[in-house]
Design a protein around this ligand. Structure first.
Ligand code: TPP
Ligand code: SF4
Ligand code: MG
Length: 292
């Protein structure tokens, strides 16, 4: 690929977010981490759901795919299995991932593919003007239900291997979490789930509230992220106290999906040899069959 085609193919768009949207911080941190980890555009596939957050894949120099609403995870798993050499990052919002797409999240925790999933949680449907989402608190726009906690949900899966929560207002920590997520998937250890509290300044500005509520568990003395029981207990306790834990909440070990289903006899499609020379014999037989 020449430098010119390279630039044209991977030319990113300008973000369309409102000034002050938390998603800018997510993109900035992601770009920095990809650069630091040395992941080039042609090795990166970003897929995103529908929502303001879902436009992130347009803004990065990489292969991109805009999935149907709620369907980003199956598409991302398909991409990873088709070409395991790619770094595959799925991204989207709390509506996309926890409402219409919740079933896929459950099964991705179960199957543990080596992909990253970044959920930009702003506790509302930003793109469609602020409707209630699964993480909206009781009372927001007369919401009668209580909010979903994706980390607590993830902790209930024995196959979960990476659970973290960041905050767009703490980019230093978010960068460490992003790099840890990339390291997790690059070393083929499975599904890296990273929720980012990313306020929607236009329809539901939670920035000040979240700044006051976040609790950095990475700095807690004696906290052991490999201890599932401790992770569960601390997350629940903090929730009861009105706090939101951020940091590397859980680290586990479990075989990755691709290590279980891809083997040497069944190559992933991207590694199939499709050149004319490999198939010359078949090709000649095929032509002969026509020539009688
Ligand atoms: C099948 C389908 N249902 C509904 C919609 C309308 N819709 C578009 S984005 C969205 C929710 C966006 O919320 P979220 O995923 O939290 O993203 P945000 O905009 O907050 O980043 C909805 C319901 C749609 N595009 N497709
Ligand atoms: S509407 Fe909200 S989520 Fe969407 S770009 Fe604006 S601030 Fe961000
Ligand atoms: Mg949202």
């Amino acid at each position: 690929m020449t430098m010119q085609t390279h630039i044209k193919t991977f030319a990113p768009a300008r973000p369309i977010w409102c000034a002050g949207c938390g998603d800018f911080a997510v993109q900035g941190v992601l770009e920095k981490s990809l650069h630091k980890m040395g992941i080039p555009p042609h090795k990166l596939m970003m897929l995103a759901g529908i929502g303001c957050s879902g436009t992130i894949q347009n803004n990065l120099p990489c292969y991109g795919y805009h999935a149907l609403h709620g369907r980003v995870l199956p598409a991302a798993i398909g991409a990873k299995l088709a070409n395991p050499d790619l770094t595959v990052i799925a991204a989207g919002g709390d509506g996309d991932g926890y409402a219409i797409g919740a079933g896929h999240l459950v099964h991705t925790f179960r199957s543990n593919p080596s992909i990253i999933y970044i959920v930009m949680n702003n506790s509302n449907y930003g793109l469609t003007k602020g409707q209630v989402s699964p993480t909206s608190p009781t009372g927001y726009r007369d919401n009668a239900e209580s909010g979903l906690d994706s980390i607590l949900m993830g902790l209930s899966f024995p196959s979960a291997t990476f659970l973290a929560r960041g905050f767009s207002g703490n980019p230093e920590q978010l960068e460490r979490l992003m790099e840890a997520a990339l390291d997790h998937t690059e070393s083929k250890r499975g599904f890296a789930f990273l929720e980012v509290l990313s306020p929607c300044v236009t329809y539901y500005d939670t920035h000040r509230e979240w700044r006051a509520k976040v609790y950095n568990i990475d700095e807690e003395e004696g906290y052991d992220p490999t201890d599932r029981g401790m992770a569960f207990q601390r997350s629940l306790k903090l929730k009861e106290q009105g706090r939101i834990p951020i940091g590397r909440i859980f680290k586990g070990e479990h075989a990755s999906l691709e290590s279980l289903i891809l083997n040497k006899t069944e190559l992933p499609p991207a590694q199939h040899k499709v050149g004319r020379d490999e198939h010359r014999e078949q090709y000649e037989k095929f032509i002969d069959s026509y020539m009688g």
